[in-house]
Design a protein around this ligand. Structure first.
Ligand code: 8YV
Length: 321
């Protein structure tokens, strides 16, 4: 019998990543790429030393407590770890790692796409053409909000937020941000720091959300905070749905308080609030922030780097607990 480390890989991963896993580990792949229930996850973990989950697997305290004793590591194929109860993992002595840095560019690209798409009503124009309803050109139809030279507020000036700021400067945008701590001047690169979200919001023609989902950031965007945005502002979210109160965002999009929203992440994905679909002023994507071939490979190899370190007795680069 092979003495290779047994790894449960909960979702289908890029081929090159699965090939490397198959070479160096006894990998249990999910060839159907279905989302396992908690019970399936626990059953399939029997005898495994490690799990490579995606954000689709909810490793709650209850699930972690029920994992077999053999499991020593959870090497998530994600930067966000709101799907993993880190305290429960720590209590059981299970090492948890994530995949930071490698998805910064891809996620900032999607934030730019959402910002431009929402502002310029891209999906409405695309829909007209695809459904053969483009009747005529008009000087007064399909008017969007111009992006160039406007103020962009960034909530969470971490790795992705900083790249978003850099890309937005290409559109001559004035960058404002709120972050738990102020960045050093060279990383601020001229961005204007605000000491609270409340202070940031009145300066945002566009607001792009880049903070992780934590108890502190839960529903940060709500009726009260939206009320502080200038009328006609545009909201972009590539972080996590949990940062947004859906009822309040939808009310502001309906009333015209907000011009539009560009959203890649949602509460309850993929069963999103259906009202988003009915709104003409939403530009919606199905959580594809990191979905480039390069980035998904890089995420997989970063998860493997952590896995390799753990099972060769060294400290994994991205250890969280
Ligand atoms: C990933 C993400 O595709 O890494 C993250 O936190 O949100 C996504 O870009 C997904 O989480 C993979 O598990």
């Amino acid at each position: 019998m092979s003495d290779k480390t047994i790894v449960l890989v909960t979702r289908q991963l890029p081929q090159a990543v699965e090939d490397r896993l198959a070479r160096d580990y006894t990998a249990r792949f999910n060839t159907e790429d279905t989302v396992y229930s908690s019970d399936e996850l626990i059953r399939l973990s029997a005898g495994a030393q490690a799990i490579i989950p995606c954000h689709t697997e909810k490793l709650t305290a209850d699930v972690i407590q029920r994992l077999p004793d053999t499991v020593r590591a959870i090497c998530s194929f994600s930067v966000g770890v709101d799907h993993i109860d880190l305290g429960a993992a720590k209590a059981r002595g299970i090492i948890v790692t994530n995949t930071p840095e490698v998805l910064n560019d891809a996620t900032a690209e999607i934030a730019m796409l959402l910002m431009l798409g929402a502002a310029r009503r891209a999906h409405e124009g695309e829909h007209q053409i695809r459904t053969d309803r483009w009747a005529d050109w008009s000087a007064v139809a399909q008017l969007g909000a111009q992006v160039t030279g406007k103020r962009l507020g960034i909530l969470g000036m971490g790795r992705v937020g900083q790249i978003m700021a850099r890309r937005a400067r290409g559109f001559d945008m004035e960058i404002h941000y709120y972050n738990r701590s102020r960045l050093p001047a060279e990383r601020e690169a001229g961005a204007i720091y605000h000491e609270s979200l409340e202070q940031l919001l009145p300066h945002c023609d566009f607001l792009s959300i880049h903070c992780p989902a934590t108890p502190e950031s839960h529903h940060l965007l709500n009726a009260q905070s939206i009320g502080l945005l200038p009328d006609g502002a545009i909201v972009v979210n590539t972080a996590r749905g949990a940062v947004v109160n859906d009822d309040d965002l939808i009310a502001a999009l309906r009333s015209g308080k907000l011009f539009a929203a560009g959203l890649d992440v949602f509460n309850g994905e993929p069963d999103i609030d259906p009202r988003y679909r009915e709104l003409a002023n939403t530009f919606l994507l199905p959580h594809v922030g990191s979905a480039t071939r390069e980035t998904r490979d890089a995420m997989g190899f970063r998860a493997l780097e952590n896995l390799d370190a753990i099972f060769t007795g060294s400290e994994p680069r991205d250890r969280l607990v």
